[in-house]
Design a protein around this ligand. Structure first.
Ligand SMILES: [Zn+2]
Length: 376
């Protein structure tokens, strides 16, 4: 009996000791943790890291401290170590839903910083498994696929995800871009491949009949297929429905019109657009260029003068006016050189101001579509 009492007393003593020991551990771990939070607020990352390490050494249950410690390693440029710390947390069985989501967001960011976009997507997909309504995770997945120019997966995410008010122009853009990518890799005479491209382009235009990307690539497709008539129809559709995008199609339209023997129809088309949209630089400039080719110098000069008035910062119409004025061969070749080397076209995103030297339907900075226009 005495032995039994002794055993019970010993057991109680052990339980009490363990309980108080843990409590004391937790209390002391909070001090360095609190100090680390203050250091983070004061942007003292080194001190924060030191205190976070102390905190997790005292109490390895502190999820938030581990998470922040991993984040700090990432911030310092050590994405591999960050991922290692964050990954070690995934094995914890006691994580709450919101903690798990936080953890996978951190892991996705680690993977992105380590230039492993596919890994980032797999972490974000874990979040979607936990919470199907997590719109931010879907948005991030879509952005990563856009960065990777993986349009077939953009379509999958966009059509199956939680994008409530779907932007049909964006969906059409994905189909058009997927078609363009396939078209670029298409070997000559691959009829099955051509059919697939055409179907994707048709789908793009069924989704949004006025999609600029859809219409443009459809025109490119017909041009490639030696069908200048259908190519011209689509190029005309762009210049008539989206005259701001005329800059994209002018050389193509002139080429297919020449092939069809309808080059003379172009001047009236440009004249009509210039009358309706006097500030359309690309069309007016192309019109003046054609007047010059037809040796109608007076008409060309008039258009260039108008452009100088409307776009005082643009050098191109001024150079053209100088060229018209002179017959001096040396001066003319110098002006040609200036036009060729110093008037290179730049494009600017109307949404975020990002500039690039070649045209793109997708802004890599802000992810807007159909937002680039020539810098004048
Ligand atoms: Zn942008």
């Amino acid at each position: 009996m005495t032995v039994l009492i002794l055993i019970v007393v010993a057991l109680i003593a052990i339980i009490l000791y363990l309980y108080f020991y843990r409590q004391r551990g937790k209390t002391t771990a909070y001090h360095p943790y609190l100090e680390s939070l203050i250091a983070l607020l004061e942007n003292d990352d080194d001190l924060a890291m030191k205190r976070l390490k102390e905190a997790v050494n005292i109490d390895s249950d502190l999820f938030d401290a581990y998470l922040r410690l991993g984040d700090l390693y990432r911030k310092k440029g050590d994405a591999a170590r960050a991922m290692q710390i964050h990954q070690s947390l995934t094995a914890r069985p006691t994580l709450k839903k919101h903690e798990e989501k936080k953890l996978y967001y951190a892991l996705a960011q680690d993977a992105l910083d380590a230039s492993r976009p596919n890994r980032a997507i797999s972490f974000l997909k874990e979040i979607v498994k936990i919470d199907k309504k997590e719109t931010n995770a879907y948005k991030l997945i879509l952005r990563i696929y856009e960065d990777m120019r993986n349009y077939s997966d953009c379509i999958n995410v966009y059509e199956e995800g939680v994008f409530k008010s779907k932007d049909e122009n964006r969906r059409a853009f994905y189909y058009a871009s997927l078609a363009r990518d396939k078209m670029e890799k298409l070997p000559e005479g691959d009829q099955e491949g051509e059919k697939e491209v055409l179907n994707l382009l048709r789908k793009s235009l069924r989704i949004a009949s006025d999609s600029i990307a859809g219409t443009y690539y459809m025109a490119n497709f017909y041009e490639r297929e030696n069908d200048p008539k259908k190519a011209r129809e689509h190029y005309l559709k762009i210049i008539n429905q989206h005259p701001d995008y005329a800059f994209l199609i002018i050389p193509h339209l002139e080429k297919v019109s020449f092939e069809l023997g309808s080059f003379n129809d172009i001047i009236p088309i440009y004249e009509k657009i210039t009358t309706q949209h006097p500030k359309n630089f690309s069309v007016a400039f192309a019109l003046a260029d054609l007047y010059e080719k037809k040796s109608d110098v007076d008409a060309a000069r008039e258009v260039y003068l108008k452009l100088v008035e409307l776009f005082p910062r643009s050098a191109l119409p001024k150079i053209r006016l100088l060229k018209i004025k002179t017959e001096d061969e040396t001066l003319l070749s110098a002006l040609d050189e200036i036009e060729e080397n110093f008037c290179g076209q730049e494009y600017k995103c109307s949404n975020c101001g990002n500039t690039r030297s070649d045209f793109s339907f997708l802004c890599e900075k802000c992810h807007a579509i159909e937002s680039f226009a020539p810098v004048l």
